[in-house]
Design a protein around this ligand. Sequence first.
Ligand code: ATP
Ligand code: MG
Length: 397
Amino acid sequence: MNEQNIFIVRCGEVALKGMNKPYFERMLVDRIRARLKKINNGTDLEVKRHEGLIFVRTDKSYDKELIVKEISKVFGVASVSPAVEAESNLDKIGEAAVEYMLDLIEKRGVKTFKVEAKRADKNFPVKSPDIGRIIGAKVLIGCKVLKVDVHNPDVLLFVDVRQGVSYIYDAKVSGFGGLPLGTNGKGMVLLSGGIDSPVAAWMMAKRGMMIEAVHFHSYPYTSERAQEKVEELASIVSGYTGKFRMHTVNLLPIQEEIVTKCPEEETTILVRRFMMRIAEKIAEKRGCTMLITGENLGQVASQTADALVVTNASVTMPVMRPLIAMDKVDIMEKAQEIGTFETSIQPYEDCCTVFLPKHPVTKPKLEKILESESNLDVEGLIERAVESAEVINIYPR
Ligand code: ATP
Ligand code: MG
């Protein structure tokens, strides 16, 4: 036994699904398999659903920690535990538990433990609390240095007794939860180099949405380095979502039109409306049914309630704003957790800062904005911008 590494994966919200549960589980299995494939080319690797859990088995040569880390990054995974298995009888479970604890004594200097047993197989002749006591006694005999501590043990040893085979483990590494990628359509994220939009993309992907991105720059006012920063951010996000397309659009021709033909204080809101419309057009072409932004109520002048109404009125496609009601500190914390923060705070110029008005309107009126736009060839500008879009394939680093 245990010639392989075994990992028990718990499915979180997927487990709550009703009729569609098999579909979600299959998707989750596929996602885990795809994610692990890049390690050892996925040879000698098995991912299987069983009794509401997913079991991953790998050859011993795999790096256990790496496998746990990769599995925990898959959306839909609630938690994962490296485990060992034993035939479902108390002698075999006891032997495996002793071996397991001897290993922990050697590796972590463990001194106290407690057994938490659960009998998933209700036909197993011994009840859960008794299994716990019996296995605990066997461990005490097999590991002389150990003591039981029911309140604050160094190790909580889980024994999960199932039909035929039982599992022993101590650690549960948390995943992000959510739903498997690909179970909820595809969205086009407006990705800037800031803190917010990568988090917004990540949050929608966590709910199962595939993503593509569009990024606006104002080259040569914005530098190549600024664009590289965005590619780096996108790449970090793709560490969760897998490869995706990023469309880049030079907004400078539109910005120049706006600053020469429209009131200065409306520049930002007008630019934002163009961004949304261009993103919508590219989204339609690419089969995306929603736009995603990092907008957050009240954060800046262009994100007041009135400004959001005016921005929103530029498109008909639904716009997802997963950060809308979050506080900045919480967004920053999330950015840190997913690994985008350090890149986001690098000080490179953004296209929005190129023609930043001194006193942007905070209470724009749609009629007034439409009037300003009537000075512009809106359709033509959008069409040319969409045609000029370039595509970059974003891969995990
Ligand atoms: P972020 O931190 O995501 O840049 P922000 O707080 O700087 O957001 P804004 O600059 O008002 O806010 O942008 C609001 C949203 O508009 C962003 O979250 C993003 O979705 C989109 N956006 C802004 N600038 C760009 C850009 N250069 N390219 C693509 N999308 C952009
Ligand atoms: Mg920004």
